[in-house]
Ligand binder design. Structure first.
Ligand code: GUN
Length: 291
């Protein structure tokens, strides 16, 4: 069994990005600038956005955090987004999800200029990705693909079961794993909450990518020997014995599943840090105006 060390890999990628920024500085080129919009005070979202901003500093990017109150109107948020679209100093920005209930997420994502959409959530980028054209690829799926690429894991022709059909992870990773590319060329099954007898699918899978959000859902009796497991779950589980009052759990019962797997991502330290590294990568690409 080999652990897919997302923490180590993300540090390596961030170091590469940092070097690219140093080179840009030396050549008097623009320094990448990322903005993050957060609405309200959801604890997990604040933590994620804080890590994104800190990572910008680590690689030498300029960053701007825009913290808006939870009762902001949809119209006011859209006008903020228009201002970000028109801000020439910005290479990219993200609107942290989820948004408060009174705001229509779809309207907000449609308002983002696709050229600054470093999350890859706009239909223009999502459609381009599905058509295998150059685009911003959502950071979590991009991180999983980069991890497979750098660990030289051959997924071609293998049966990949993706669990979860979210627009942010499950759906895009199912498209990327089946794309005619390397990594890619996998045969993909997309399982979700209405899937019957899911264990019959997972027991046959060569690769399982779980983005469900149910702690320790995937048990050892649901997988075959030699399986490759990518755990995207990051659920806060209350734990009074821990100083923070909670611990982070993945979708996979790691101790038992790791014994049967050939490769596995830990939680924390697997997919999570890769997501941030790839957001920075997308921002650098935007600054370089690759597409
Ligand atoms: N919420 C959970 N994951 C993400 C992400 O990758 N980007 C944004 N904007 N919001 C999220």
């Amino acid at each position: 069994m080999e652990i897919l060390d997302g923490k180590k890999l993300s540090e390596q990628i961030k170091e590469e990005i940092k070097q690219a920024v140093i080179l840009r500085k030396e050549n008097q080129k623009k320094i990448p600038h990322l903005a993050a919009v957060i609405v309200g005070n959801d604890g997990a979202s604040l933590t994620y956005v804080g890590s994104k901003v800190r990572s910008c500093e680590q690689v030498g990017f300029k960053s701007t955090l825009i913290h808006l109150e939870s009762k902001i109107t949809e119209e006011a948020l859209i006008s903020k987004i228009r201002a970000l679209n028109n801000d020439d100093t910005l290479d990219g920005y993200i609107v942290q999800l989820p948004l408060p209930q009174h705001i229509d997420e779809e309207k907000i994502l449609l308002a983002v200029d696709p050229k600054k959409d470093v999350d890859g959530f706009h239909p223009s980028n999502f459609g381009r990705m599905a058509l295998e054209m150059d685009s911003f690829i959502p950071a979590t799926p991009f991180g999983i693909m980069e991890m497979l690429r750098r660990y030289k894991i051959d997924v071609s022709g293998k049966h990949c079961v993706v669990i979860g059909r979210s627009h942010i992870v499950g759906r895009p990773i199912s498209i990327l794993m089946s794309q005619k590319n390397n990594p890619g060329n996998a045969t993909v099954t997309l399982a979700h909450s209405r899937t019957k007898d899911i264990e019959k699918l997972t027991q046959k899978a060569d690769i399982i990518i779980s983005a469900l959000g149910i702690p320790e859902f995937l048990k050892a009796d649901m997988v075959k020997d030699g399986v490759i497991v990518i755990d995207v779950g990051i659920t806060r589980v209350l734990d009074e014995s821990h100083p923070k009052g909670y611990i982070i759990k993945g979708d996979v019962a790691y101790d038992e599943v790791s014994k049967k797997s050939s490769y596995i991502t830990p939680v924390p330290g697997g997919v999570g840090p890769m997501t941030i590294a790839m957001l920075l990568q997308n921002t650098l690409l935007s600054c370089e105006r690759k597409f």
